[in-house]
Design a protein around this ligand. Sequence first.
Ligand code: 4AD
Length: 465
Amino acid sequence: VKDWTEVGALSEALKDQKVLIRGRAQTIRAVGKNMAFIVVREKGFTVQCVATVQPEIVSRQMVKYVAALSRESIIDIEGVVSVPDVAIKGATQQVEIQVRKLYCISKAAVLPINIEDAARSEAEIDKALQAGEQLVRVNQDTRLNFRVLDLRTPANQGIFRIQSQVGTIFRQFLLSKGFFEIHSPKLIAGSSEGGASVFKLDYKGQPACLAQSPQLHKQMSICGDFGRIFEIGPVFRAEDSYTHRHLCEFTGLDLEMEIKRHYSEVMDVVDRLFVTMFDNLNKNCEKELEAVRRQYPFEPLKYLPETLRLTFEEGVQMLKDAGVEVDPMGDLNTEAERKLGQIVLEKYGTEFYILHRYPLAVRPFYTMPCYDNPAYSNSFDVFIRGEEIISGAQRVHVPEFLAERAEACGIEVKTISTYIDSFRYGAPPHGGFGVGLERVVMLFCGLNNIRKTSLFPRDPLRLAP
Ligand code: 4AD
């Protein structure tokens, strides 16, 4: 046989045919000295292969060799497809392969974690433990220490394919709406979001930072007459807090666009982009979502055909009515955001909504105040299941005012002077937003920790693997 058949493509239609497959030896089980079973896994599909002693075809020595293979080794198997009378448990494909030849392509060392245990849901683990089964609960740190093994579980295979889809839909949708993709520098002279969460470094003798967002350069691109742009790239935050939703490096999905009349034009893009994204994920990632759900049960996200928009003032009132005291001119803390999410769900039946017109004092320096009341701002946050995934706004495009705002927010104006200067030669009104990719996937899938949706997470305690 010259060509490989994918495990997922094995079916009864191939009965009695000779095939060649490549995959990992997921489990190996010997039955006496004359027979061995191997379950071979490829891209989440599994097939049972049987090596049985047969004169001239399969020797006893070969069966012994098969039985001694180590789990997760990569093997090639040439064999004949057969269809057993009884259903095969523990494999996705309902055919079997009668092994003729087997080559070990890459031998796996003894595994530090058991992948099948790592793939079980909490409920399954509890049940197995109650039944007296011997198994080790694989905790998060251990999973992350051996991430290449952990990534092999069906749930993780699903999570990172969903993540890939989120990026693809973001890109395709925006391209279809006249945006184009840019790549802004990640080594910059000053902080782009203010605050202390900046990684500082030495840039050939000059102080520099890792970009906390593409904020400054995406706005400068607008001054370069790019009209509507987006970027998918790394964002660095020297976070001190060790929470379920903060990473020190994440993937930012950012956009910036000219505004003709009102900052609601930016919220219109949020609405169409995300409704399209959720529809697409539900339709095109059914298998992946099911794989995630099997290990981490969750309800599908509830969202409306047209995204609900509430003002910050309305949100504060709804919290007050529910007996939650919040500062009407302060920011909402995580708990208040979550509570508001519950209230909105009960009242409007959606877990995805926009909260806009935030108090100016709680927004970054580049945020445009409201024309009718400068204590508020033309800004918004977007929430999934009561947690923030987006923040966005109209920006100040008047250079003198921008410098004034930066200073008022405690930013050293000289570190961003080239940014401010960009607005001196005519700057169109504009706005945009930034989305955290890992947060979108975490919250769409109802997961409890952002480390589950970051391939190799970076947090205050982790820089490897
Ligand atoms: O709210 P942030 O800091 O806003 C900005 O960066 C602005 N420049 C965006 C804009 O265009 N106005 O970050 C945007 C999003 C958050 O809503 C969140 O989803 C994600 O980025 N995010 C993080 N994700 C993981 N770990 C962190 N430490 C994050 N900080 C923000």
